[in-house]
Design a protein around this ligand. Structure first.
Ligand SMILES: [Zn+2]
Length: 201
């Protein structure tokens, strides 16, 4: 599925990592533990963004997206089934909400330009700006898999299990932090992890 994308001013990995750690701090959790995104969005975020709301919607009310962030006031609307799966810490549903939360804290301004497909790649290589989708995925990874967790766990499937993230996020963390895994996964183990990840909604 082609996601609509936009350019926004670029942010360094360092900047996104610091922001991710700061938000983990606001979630009041110990080192290396996963955060249940639903109570975080419902109870903690409104303390800092007073008009923020997380709103479950039926498919009829939210026909085109499973989740959507809008501004002024900042709110995340999410399909009810994704909301319920995320409340039970299902990795894909949870990450969907972290992704929307990242938009909420990073992109509270009008995007500069709409991108799609090939045009996106051309514009991105000619510009210091970054895709907002890429930024939201990166910040979500820094929040859900902090460097200290990845470095102490050092195994991709355990990162998925402990941090409750999908395969792609754990893989990205291992690559981003340059983790040398205790034991590398065999291709059939990766296949097993991926097939275990069916959508619950
Ligand atoms: Zn997005």
């Amino acid at each position: 599925m082609q996601r609509a994308d936009y350019l926004d001013h670029s942010r360094s990995s360092d900047e996104l990592e610091k922001l991710g750690l700061a938000w983990r701090g606001h979630a009041n959790i110990g080192r290396g533990m996963s955060i249940n995104v639903v109570p975080f969005l419902e109870n903690e975020v409104p303390k800092l963004l007073p008009h923020f709301a997380l709103i479950p919607r039926s498919e009829a009310e939210l026909p085109r997206n499973v989740a959507l962030t809008s501004y002024d006031p900042t709110r995340i609307e999410v399909r009810e089934n994704v909301y319920l799966a995320a409340a039970q810490e299902h990795p894909k549903a949870s990450f969907q909400l972290w992704h929307e939360f990242s938009h909420a804290v990073l992109h509270d301004c009008q995007p500069k330009s709409l991108l799609d497909g090939v045009q996106e790649r051309i514009l991105l290589t000619n510009s210091t700006d970054m895709s907002v989708e890429e930024q939201a995925d990166a910040l979500s990874m820094y929040i859900t898999v902090p460097r200290h967790s990845a470095e102490s766990i050092r195994n991709l499937s355990e990162i998925m299990y402990v941090c409750k993230v999908p395969y792609a996020v754990a893989e990205r963390a291992v690559r981003t932090y340059g983790i040398r895994q205790k034991r590398k996964l065999h291709p059939h183990e990766i296949q097993h992890l991926l097939t275990r990840e069916e959508e619950p909604y």
